[in-house]
Design a binder for this molecule. Structure first.
Ligand SMILES: C[S@@+](CC[C@H](N)C(=O)[O-])C[C@H]1O[C@@H](n2cnc3c(N)ncnc32)[C@H](O)[C@@H]1O
Length: 294
């Protein structure tokens, strides 16, 4: 029997959704089964090389900022592909701009913007023509920051520690965005960073961050889905917090009632992050001075 399922098909097996469950079709599929996952990854990597090279050459000819090496792209995006890296960053930066404009905030009118957990500048590089705000990026990975400092010279980059303070005075920024970082932090680290980011945010300033929301829940085991339905956060491999191996899933209720309870919720957009992902988007505001609890 020949069953055709497209690449995104899922099948339920013992209560879990498992990706890419294909029925073997013909010799090609049979051969594919004989190849180990390590070799599959290697083939996938090599197959992408010619396209990657073309994108890099086109990028150089157009005089754009350099594209990071493939291993650095992998560290932040989980793939090695230069084309997706550029497209994903462009879409993510546009989603940030759109969310702000939807709430009558215009990025050109801001004074200082921080990209927290900026990685290798996937999003930051798309602000290079922005006139107005001063641009800053931080990350706890010194290799990624070293690359940004050398190549994205229109912005300032600093290394922070996994759980320390940021190298900025209080009330420095009027906008901070955190794309796919709370998705990889343990619970104590999430609370620490909400507090520290609030410190460097000006009263009345905005914080934009993304999480794995509803879209991702169905990919988890049933008992974890139950936990999420009860408003609890799910953290896998918390001991590897800060790396992409640690995966965090946030129900909206948890974010509203616990994580940002001292901030003002301005907008929530399910699957609104775009840029390679279906992350939920939250836009919150630090209360103006008159409303701050002392
Ligand atoms: C999935 S990547 C996303 C990178 C970037 N925001 C983007 O969208 O391309 C997660 C990033 O968060 C950084 N990160 C994790 N924990 C951090 C922490 N405590 N402080 C600063 N950066 C952190 C990682 O080094 C990594 O660059």
């Amino acid at each position: 029997m020949r069953i055709t399922l497209n690449r995104r098909s899922y099948s339920r097996i013992e209560g879990e959704k498992v990706q890419n469950v294909f029925k073997p079709v013909g010799i090609y599929q049979g051969l594919k089964k004989l190849i180990s996952p390590k070799w599959k990854a290697r083939i996938f990597y090599l197959r992408g090389l010619p396209r990657d090279k073309t994108t890099r050459i086109q990028n150089r000819i157009k005089g754009r900022f350099p594209i990071p090496p493939r291993d650095l792209i992998f560290l932040v995006a989980g793939h090695h592909n230069a084309t997706s890296f550029l497209q994903g960053g462009a879409t993510a930066s546009q989603a940030i701009r759109d969310t702000l404009e939807k709430n009558s905030i215009y990025i050109e009118g801001l004074h200082a913007i921080l990209d927290f957990g900026c990685g290798v500048g996937r999003i930051m590089r798309h602000w290079n023509t922005l006139r107005g705000p001063a641009l800053y990026g931080t990350d706890y990975n010194p290799t990624l920051i070293g690359w940004c400092q050398e190549n994205l010279t229109f912005a300032e980059f600093q290394v922070n520690t996994l759980s320390g303070r940021l190298p900025y005075p209080s009330s420095t920024f009027d906008f901070i965005y955190v794309f796919s970082v709370f998705t990889h932090l343990s619970e104590p680290l999430q609370f620490h960073w909400i507090e520290e980011l609030s410190r460097v945010l000006r009263p009345g300033g905005y914080l934009y961050f993304t999480t794995h929301g509803e879209y991702y829940f169905s990919k988890l085991a049933l008992e974890l889905q139950e936990q999420l339905r009860n408003g609890q956060m799910v953290i896998l491999r918390a001991e590897q917090a800060g790396t992409n191996h640690c995966a965090v899933f946030h129900p909206e209720r948890y974010v509203r009632e616990k994580l940002v309870k001292n901030l003002v919720m301005v907008d929530f957009i399910p699957s609104g992050a775009k840029g390679d992902s279906q992350h939920d988007v939250y836009l919150v505001k630090k209360p103006p001075v008159s409303q701050l609890v002392r």
